[in-house]
Design a protein. Structure first.
Length: 458
């Protein structure tokens, strides 16, 4: 039932155990500071009322509407965790063959007009229930998706009253644009808890409603998170795996390895790597430190999925620049066992595969990649999930959320803000003609006009 973190290989590429031990007190101080100002997301597993409200709403939607499709409208932290959990725990082909009695679940986390347009042209809107996720209602992508689909649902059902029944909005319980609209239209709402930022919100109603609609074991996911939270809060600093992971990665970054490759060796875990990328990048990539000094610091997370990316990225990883740290995510046991059998066993090309399994093969391929990286002096660690279930996925989420927070403390930055993202949002609102942003729009256009064009075609 435990996550297993093997850090041995991180000391293969220039990081000494002595240097690591020297920095342990600093990391321990960062952990202590984190525990003394415990963020709300860390105790979501104790907030049983969130799961109760999400479960009750899911049961009501299924009983009253029996939707064929359940559709999440959101982006970033409102979507990545939902996509990752569906990929990891729902039936692999659930978008057309869901579990019995469950809707087909989809996450529309882009405003790409072809993607949305194809959905509108293909999926029967009157058989959908939509979950709109935005804490403030100020996320322009989610707002635009809501407007598009609300219009489509109203046109299909014939009235605002009927259309409103097909939406559940997960938003701030007190303020924000969506809160006001929901109160006016009597839209059903779920709470984004105070103090829980988007990339740390997967175990809040942001994710729990989706998991309940998909028929997944939300309770076990929370219990997995609780195990990691409780153990890592009480372990001595030198035995805390979240602290060790954070410190080793910060030290490798400081010594010239700022690219951090997340390398799950299981197709079902591939979207967990996308969730990790946002968490690691948005939390740790900062212009200023806590003292207000300009530092432009942060690691660059990269996704690789084994064994596919052995054939697309590993040439670079093994023989290219030594500027990366690797985290392999391993499954101790896959859900299925697929035997290869022994057709053509007499052929030299196939004889070594006779009566073996794909389970054996994927693990030895992982080991082969690990050996190749270590032989090239590349630092690598392995995080093992005993098996793929809700409990271990909950452990995974808690592990990386805590490690990210400690890494931010070691780096001396705030891992919970995202001013760079906000500047991009402001620019988009300005260019869309949003009231109050006229001056910024003028600045953007003037800046664009001042640049000498260099445009090529072929």
């Amino acid at each position: 039932m435990a996550l297993k973190l093997d850090l041995t290989g991180l000391f293969a590429g220039g990081l000494s155990r002595e240097d690591f031990a020297t920095r342990l007190p600093q990391a321990a101080a960062a952990r202590d500071a984190h525990l003394q100002t415990m963020p709300a997301w860390r105790k979501l597993h104790e907030a049983t009322h969130h799961l109760e409200s999400c479960r009750a709403r899911a049961e009501a939607v299924k009983a009253e509407q029996a939707p064929e499709f359940f559709v999440v409208l959101g982006i970033g932290g409102s979507a990545l965790g939902n996509s990752a959990v569906l990929a990891a725990l729902a039936p692999v082909y659930q978008e057309w063959a869901p579990a019995e009695g469950q809707p087909k679940c989809m996450v529309l986390d882009s405003i790409d007009p072809d993607w949305i347009g194809e959905f509108l042209a293909t999926v029967p809107i009157d058989r959908c229930h939509f979950n709109v996720i935005s804490k403030s209602g100020g996320t322009i992508e989610t707002s635009s998706e809501f407007l598009v689909f609300y219009q489509a649902v109203r046109d299909a059902l014939g009235s605002d009253e009927e259309a409103c029944k097909r939406f559940t909005v997960t938003t701030d319980p007190v303020g924000g644009h969506f809160r006001k609209l929901c109160d006016e239209l009597d839209l059903f709402t779920l709470e984004v808890p105070d103090g829980v930022g988007g990339r740390f919100s997967v175990l809040s109603p942001v994710g729990l409603f989706n998991f309940e609609m998909a028929g997944l074991d939300s309770q076990s996911m929370l219990e997995g998170a609780a195990r990691v939270d409780n153990m890592c809060a009480t372990l001595p600093a030198d035995q805390d795996p979240t602290l060790a992971y954070a410190l080793a990665h910060v030290m490798h970054m400081e010594s010239g390895r700022p690219i951090h490759v997340h390398f799950p060796y299981a197709h079902r875990l591939r979207l967990l790597a996308d969730w990790y990328k946002q968490l690691w990048a948005e939390s740790l990539g900062k212009k200023q430190n806590l003292a207000g000094e300009v530092v432009h610091v942060g690691p660059t997370p990269v996704k690789a999925v084994g064994p596919t990316d052995q054939h697309s990225q590993c040439q670079l990883y093994i023989e290219g620049p030594d500027d990366k740290v690797y985290t392999m995510v391993k499954l101790g046991k896959h859900t299925h066992t697929v035997n290869i059998g022994k057709p053509f066993a007499d052929s030299p090309a196939f004889s070594h595969l006779a009566n073996r399994s794909l389970n054996e093969l994927i693990e030895v391929e992982r080991q082969g990649t690990e050996v190749a990286l270590l032989d090239s002096g590349r630092p690598i660690c392995t995080l093992e999930l005993c098996k793929l279930d809700a409990f271990h996925v909950g452990q995974y989420f808690a592990f990386f959320e805590i490690a990210t927070s400690i890494a931010g403390g070691i780096m001396g930055i705030d891992p919970f803000d995202q001013p760079g993202v906000e500047s991009g949002k402001i620019a988009a609102l300005s260019l869309m003609g949003c009231t109050g942003y006229e001056d910024r729009a003028a600045e953007i256009r003037a800046s664009a006009a001042s640049r000498e064009p260099f445009v090529l075609t072929c």
